[in-house]
Design a protein around this ligand. Structure first.
Ligand code: ZN
Length: 281
């Protein structure tokens, strides 16, 4: 396992961690000044009609792009809605390529509005992902399927475990060159009894490692993520399992924390992230 001491160049800040409070140019400058090597931006921070400027700002700060966040949900209540989601996600794959991001993170979507048909909605998600294959092949960008904690199955993601994500990757790639892989987010998968075995089975499909912590007394499963070391997740063990697959990508901090970390000075947040990455991950 890599030693992160003094190696913030191996670490990435997902911009959600800073609460989307500033333009991407300013965020990139802060993250670079704090010593990190990587940045993962969100779509709302990028002008997708003209992504060159954001790309130049990130590169100009000396940062690499870890990944681009994230898909529009593939589930919708009619075919028009599903087609619009595919179009939006296709454009985002192109933007990811322009930003130099090797991957586009997929949060697949929960049940369509009014739906109670889990299987039909899962099929729609797979159809939507499959429709992106030509763009993935043309750009070289891969989709990192991110399983979300089953708490979110109804409203955000019918993809809930790493094992399920592997099955989807195999189905979607079907023996061809791999367009799909997996984002392992500590927050979503730490509880999984099959965690270790699933990561091992995923092997080189693991494209991203997101870290934060699950607070024992979490107040809000969406926006009360903890700083690494403040919760219950054995992050070192998780990273050991992930790196045993040969993973050499950045360790990415992704913290949604409306009442706590998003209220703090961004430079303070970055300094604490740097310390905890080296001590707790
Ligand atoms: Zn994540």
């Amino acid at each position: 396992m890599r030693d992160l001491a003094g190696r913030l160049d191996l670490c990435c800040i997902n911009t959600a961690t800073l609460g989307h409070r500033e333009p991407i140019e300013r965020i990139a400058e802060r993250v670079a000044r704090a010593g990190f090597g990587w940045l993962s931006p969100w779509r709302q921070e990028i002008d997708e009609a003209h992504p060159q400027r954001a790309g130049a700002a990130i590169r100009g700060a000396g940062l690499k792009v870890g990944g681009y966040c994230r898909t529009t949900y593939f589930t919708a209540d009619d075919a028009v809605g599903r087609r619009a989601a595919i179009d939006s996600n296709r454009r985002a794959v192109e933007v990811a390529a322009e930003l130099g991001a090797p991957l586009f993170v997929a949060v697949c979507g929960g049940l369509a509005p009014g739906s109670t048909d889990v299987n039909a909605d899962r099929r729609h998600i797979l159809d939507g992902l499959a429709a992106l294959v030509p763009t993935l092949r043309a750009t070289g960008v891969r989709i990192a399927l991110e399983p979300l904690h089953p708490f979110y199955a109804a409203d955000r993601s019918l993809l809930s475990t790493i094992a399920q994500a592997i099955d989807w990757c195999e189905l979607l790639d079907d023996g061809g060159p791999p367009c799909f892989g997996i984002a392992v987010d500590a927050y979503h998968v730490w509880w999984d009894p099959a965690l270790e075995a699933s990561i091992e089975r995923a092997g080189t499909r693991v494209l991203a490692l997101h870290v934060c912590d699950w607070l024992r007394q979490t107040r809000d499963p969406l926006l009360d993520r903890g700083m690494m070391g403040d919760g219950v997740v054995d992050l070192r063990a998780l990273r050991r399992h992930v790196e045993a697959t040969g993973f050499t990508g950045p360790v990415e901090v992704e913290i949604f924390s409306k009442a706590d970390w998003w209220q703090r000075d961004p430079d303070e947040v970055l300094a604490v992230c740097a310390g905890r990455l080296q001590r707790c991950c």
